[in-house]
Ligand binder design. Structure first.
Ligand code: SF4
Length: 168
């Protein structure tokens, strides 16, 4: 509902499965609060200038709350978000900004060795571990690196599966 209302008011929509972000260029003051919050998400020199894959949905929502003109607005679709954190060699799952799971790997000779996949007990059984491994696979494909799944969960998920043969 919010999406239709805002689009009727001239907002453009950017969305993924976790969050919808709306931006109205005509009222943006170009004050840069959003870019200062996270330049990987809000980069005015890039097209499209908003990339929602670069941060957890809740972090994006926190930044948008600081937009002085309300040119940016959002709707959280899923409080749990899974993101790839290259600098930490992992994919991580967050619930409203709280770390609730991770899939960690070691980078060895252009091969990512998945050492551990884990989700906090209260969040088990929701498919989060699978999403974490898939997030690492997605990033590996994008970078052209191979994966060696050592952790038992990732190994079971990937071994012998046609859909993952290209990255193993
Ligand atoms: S914080 Fe809001 S007003 Fe400032 S540049 Fe970003 S979208 Fe525009």
């Amino acid at each position: 509902m919010k999406k239709e209302e805002l689009e009727a008011q001239g907002y453009k929509t950017y969305e993924n499965e976790d969050i919808q972000v709306f931006w109205k260029p005509r009222i943006c003051q170009h004050a840069g609060e959003c870019a200062r919050g996270n330049f990987n998400v809000f980069n005015p020199q890039r097209r499209p200038w908003i990339d929602l894959s670069q941060a957890p949905a809740t972090e994006i929502a926190d930044i948008i709350d600081r937009c002085p003109s309300k040119a940016l607005q959002y709707e959280l679709l899923n409080p749990i978000s899974v993101v790839f954190e290259e600098e930490l060699d992992r994919a991580a799952a967050y619930d409203r900004g709280k770390l609730i799971g991770e899939c960690e790997f070691e980078d060895s000779d252009n091969r990512w060795i998945i050492m551990h996949t884990g989700v906090r007990e209260a969040y088990e059984g929701k498919g989060i571990a699978r999403k974490l491994v898939l997030k690492v696979i997605e990033a590996a494909r994008a970078k052209g690196v191979k994966i060696l799944p050592v952790c038992s969960y990732a190994k079971k998920l990937m071994t012998g599966k046609e859909e993952f043969k290209d990255v193993i």
